[in-house]
Design a protein around this ligand. Structure first.
Ligand code: PXP
Length: 242
């Protein structure tokens, strides 16, 4: 499976102080250097983490594909058509949510989305919808004209953590079914949300051959902080010791 690294939370840390560090553009370049197949970022309407300039620089400097997650609004469409990421992933967005809590309800807005994505298709930007692993959302995505779907793995992650084995098994079956249906309709199949160092191996074992790419953010950035703290402290000590 390919790995898309979501660098949003590097920007979350920067925005906590509204300063210059840590810089998500550097993080994206290092992730690319480390072998990431793609960089994913979410430009939210409230700009709580990634800023417009981060997106512009990332698109300009990176050689791996850039996947822009965004809400289907006029403002975001304008930005995306100007910056031209390799892919847009349409996600639902609520200001009060901590993270993207559910998939896009494509079935309830099929005609709107069909119209909304036309300009992307005509300039060759891949269009993916972030959906719950439900048959009706998969079929609606195809009918609306998507190239791909990203299956929401938040419920998988939650059930894995809670150790709810029977429900987890059901959720895995749902993900498999939705993924197979999407593939049979000619859609590419990606997945993400809530995947961690702990749960990702079970996911990969079960969904191999169906899901071709994962987008992972919070766990990678969290572990980067932990892996990096020893070196950061040592470097500071070097700076302040006589
Ligand atoms: N995929 C999509 C569509 C998302 O919205 C997010 C969260 O921004 C992710 C993947 C990554 O989720 P996480 O940060 O939990 O790994």
């Amino acid at each position: 499976m390919r790995l898309g690294v979501n660098i949003d939370h590097v920007a979350t840390l920067r925005q906590a102080r509204k300063t210059f560090e840590p810089n998500p553009v550097f993080a994206a370049l290092i992730a690319q250097q480390a072998g990431a197949d793609q960089i994913t970022l979410h430009l939210r309407e409230d700009r709580r983490h990634i800023q417009d300039r981060d997106l512009e620089l990332i698109k300009e400097l990176l050689t791996v594909p850039v996947n822009l997650e965004m809400a289907p609004t006029e403002e975001m469409r304008g930005i995306a058509l100007r910056v031209k990421p390799n892919r847009i992933t349409l996600v639902p967005e609520r200001r009060e949510e901590i993270t993207t809590e559910g998939g896009l309800n494509v079935a309830s807005m099929k005609d709107f989305l069909k119209d909304y994505i036309k300009p992307f298709r005509s300039v060759g930007i891949e269009v993916s919808f972030f959906i719950e692993p439900h048959t009706e959302q998969v079929f609606a995505s195809k009918e609306a004209g998507a190239d791909a779907v990203e299956l929401h793995t938040g419920r998988f992650a939650h059930l894995w953590k809670e150790g709810k084995t029977a429900q987890l098994k059901e959720e895995i079956e749902k993900l498999k079914r939705a993924g197979m249906e999407a593939k049979s309709l000619g859609l590419r199949v990606y997945a993400g949300h809530g995947l961690t160092y702990q749960n990702v191996r079970d996911f990969v074992r079960e969904l191999k051959g169906i899901v071709e790419e994962l987008n992972i953010g919070h766990s990678i950035i969290s572990n980067s902080v932990i892996f990096g703290i020893e070196r950061a402290v040592k470097e500071f000590l070097n700076l302040i010791k006589d």
